[in-house]
Design a protein. Structure first.
Length: 317
């Protein structure tokens, strides 16, 4: 019977080993994606300021300044953002018939938003001319267990009673989702009454799917689960303030997200997102249980974000 004290979700290999080239490539691609997203939203700012500065003063033409306070019209916005998450401690449960049925209580998670791969997001927002709009939102966050801390265990591990209390590192080799506690959501938005024509508060509510890149490995196991997965649904609620300039919007936002996870421990080395999800779908169709069992937990998070967006319509004067 194979022993299994360990779980992991990260780009590192087992203790004492160096990161694989695949892990380094994943880190590099994540960083490049974040930099590219930021560049896309930063580039128009210089152009915008140049155009604004070259426009003749309306007063010089004898035209009276506009006093309209009408709401923004129909528009499409592409945006990118960074931020800082806080994830509440949660229970982690592993079940495999005849071997594991153990719950680790109140595992603490770190987000490490400024360490590669960083926290980032991208979204497309559409308003049709009124107060209501829609948003497709992708968020790349992280959840990294504090392995140096002690936790309480309850149940059976490796076919024997689990220790009542132990340091996580003594039981788990890794417990992370550092290549992405990824969330893809479709949201409804509502503009609240504007503070000024250029300062627009808004609220939103939505749901979607969690697409983590999971690395899970029991400490005594030979194989790890290292792949993208569909781990379950996710819901989010948000409130934000948008500062609208000529074609660029700056926004500050608070998001609350709730994501219950059920992860099949496939004990395979994944590749790219489409191939990993296809493999998971095939395994589901076959009805076969994952070789390593299943892991369940939940990520309940507060997130503060700041972003920049490019709009298809100018700001209200």
């Amino acid at each position: 019977m194979r022993a299994a004290p360990g779980i992991a979700w990260t780009s590192e290999l087992t203790r004492g080993a160096h990161p694989t080239s695949r892990a380094r490539l994943t880190d590099t691609l994540s960083a490049l994606f974040a930099i590219a997203a930021l560049a896309v939203v930063l580039t128009p700012i210089v152009t915008e300021q140049t155009v604004d500065g070259s426009r003749p003063d309306r007063a010089a033409d004898g035209a009276a300044p506009s006093t309209t306070t009408s709401a923004p019209g129909s528009e499409l916005m592409f945006a990118g953002y960074g931020g800082v998450p806080y994830t509440y401690p949660s229970n982690v449960t592993i079940k495999k018939a005849g071997l594991h049925d153990v719950t680790v209580k109140d595992v603490a998670w770190d987000g490490e938003p400024f360490r590669n791969p960083i926290y980032y997001g991208a979204r497309i927002v559409r308003f049709g001319g009124g107060r209501f709009g829609t948003m497709l939102d992708f968020t790349h966050s992280k959840a990294i267990a504090r392995l140096a801390e002690e936790a309480t265990f309850d149940g059976t591990l490796n076919g024997a009673p689990a220790p009542e209390r132990a340091t996580l590192r003594d039981i788990f080799r890794k417990l992370e989702a550092s290549h992405g506690h990824n969330m893809l959501t479709l949201n409804g938005l509502m503009r609240l009454p504007a503070i000024t024509p250029r300062i627009q508060p808004y609220v939103g509510l939505g749901g979607g799917v969690s697409l983590p890149h999971s690395e899970v490995q029991l400490a005594s196991a030979k194989n790890r689960t290292y792949e993208y997965q569909v781990a379950g649904p996710v819901a989010q609620a948000l409130f934000g303030i948008e500062l609208r300039t000529a074609r660029v919007s700056y926004f500050f936002e608070y998001k609350f997200t709730y994501a219950p996870y059920e992860m099949p421990l496939s004990e395979r080395e994944g590749t790219l997102l489409p191939f990993d999800l296809w493999h998971q779908f095939q395994s589901w169709l076959s009805g076969a249980e994952p070789p390593g069992g299943r892991l369940t937990t939940q990520f309940t998070s507060h997130q503060g974000i700041f972003g920049l967006g490019i709009r298809s319509a100018p700001a209200v004067p």
